[in-house]
Ligand binder design. Sequence first.
Ligand SMILES: [Zn+2]
Length: 181
Amino acid sequence: MIVYCANCCEPVEKRAIDVTRAAKIGARLFCSLACVAMQRRVGKTKAQKVAEKRLYDMAYREKNMAMLKAKKRAYFERTYDPRKAAVERKARMHLHVAYCRQPRYKAWKRQYDMKLRASEYGPFADAYLLAIKLNREIKSKATNYEIRSENQTLNKKQARTRQGFAAYSRDRNSSAQGKHA
Ligand SMILES: [Zn+2]
């Protein structure tokens, strides 16, 4: 049977059974797959399609957050190899070190560590931080002499020499006495 393509209107040979079936369900007939594809086009530009897909994906992720998370977790647990991961971490180590050397990171880490140490004191964390600040303030005002006498490190070297000499002469005396006994 000759029918006319629903897209390009060219005549095309079709089996009677197909023509009857198409008429029954209200379907159109085409000369080729290319014409099928052509008439499915809705005339959107590539940029338009990309933008629409992006919005669709965003909505999809939001709607299926729990399912996607479970899926990712399962994939991670199925494929995670600690030894391989260690090698990959090591390969990126220089980047990590560079990151940690940034002044911005250092300042943040100092604050973070301080808070972490203070958190050991529970409800007294603020008091602990205040005590540290106070101590620093006092030290900044104190002279070197005051700090050293407070810590009992004033003339440390001299004190050690004296102690050492005392011990040395004690040993000498005791061994000398031992010889005579
Ligand atoms: Zn056609």
